[in-house]
Design a protein around this ligand. Structure first.
Ligand SMILES: Cc1ncc(COP(=O)(O)O)c(C=O)c1O
Length: 250
């Protein structure tokens, strides 16, 4: 499904052809979104659940960045707007982002029992379980949650990323690249059409300056004209990186 800027990087479900919907088995959605940083509201998720119900499609919702949200925005769960006894929904979460556990990788899925059973059947034939020390770490990490509020350890990480996003957006503005601060994730999806360069050329030139960013086209045809910045460096490095990028924009 094309994710276009004019539609807030949400798929337009009304534009999906009936014959395509009838052939589909699964719809995969991810908000807060990698790579665009876009977010959705409950209404959109309700529409998606309704659409999948109508066409008997499994709705797989990747909510890996549910905790990576800024300001007042809280990421909804597809489980808030569906009935897991009836709807074929499944939601994925990861501890990689929330608890900085990308190396000690673990996640979980919640949803409709039949869909979970199907996932279990596939998984047990693909891999063979997560090391026990990582499982124990995950139990401790998730135990930090007492209610819907983010625990202070998680909030501190999210606050740091929000500061980095502000730094990146402000610095890019100074070199003439207009950007909006994302409401979630640790990515900034920046339009570079105004520079007269395509995504890949822009990235090659930025690598020559020692700055590694991802061309939008790495995520598909609709990514042309964009590049993705990941906020995985401290603010001082982000400032330095943008200063170097200034040289390729002229
Ligand atoms: C949207 C999204 N889902 C899932 C993942 C991967 O999560 P994990 O580290 O648990 O495999 C990523 C990682 O970049 C992601 O951006």
């Amino acid at each position: 499904m094309p994710l276009l800027e004019q539609n807030g990087f949400l798929p337009n479900l009304d534009e999906i052809k009936k014959e395509d919907a009838e052939k589909a088995s699964l719809m995969f959605l991810n908000y807060p979104n990698n790579p665009t940083g876009a977010v959705c509201d409950r209404n959109f998720l309700e529409e998606a659940v309704e659409f999948c119900r109508e066409y008997d499609i499994i709705l797989a919702y990747d909510n890996a960045y549910s905790e990576f949200t800024f300001g007042n925005y809280a990421a909804p769960s597809v489980l808030e707007v569906s009935d897991i006894k009836k709807d074929a929904v499944i939601e994925f979460h990861s501890l990689s982002k929330t608890f900085c556990m990308t190396g000690d990788r673990i996640g979980f899925a919640v949803g409709n029992a039949d869909v979970i059973r199907g996932l279990g059947k596939a998984k047990e034939n693909i891999d063979s379980g997560v090391p026990v020390y990582i499982q124990k770490t995950a139990v401790t990490a998730l135990g930090a949650y007492r209610d819907a509020k983010k625990p202070k350890e998680v909030q501190a990480v999210v606050d740091e990323y929000e500061k980095r996003a502000e730094t990146l957006v402000n610095e890019l503005g100074k070199i003439g690249l207009k950007a909006n601060k994302p409401k979630g994730t640790f990515y900034c999806w920046i339009g570079i059409k105004g520079t007269g360069q395509n995504s890949m050329d822009f990235v090659k030139k930025s690598i020559e300056q020692g700055v590694v960013i991802t061309p939008g086209t790495a995520f598909g045809q609709y990514g042309e004209g964009y590049v993705r910045f990941a906020l995985t460096q401290p603010s001082a490095r982000i400032r330095e990186a943008v200063e170097r990028l200034g040289k390729i924009i002229g």
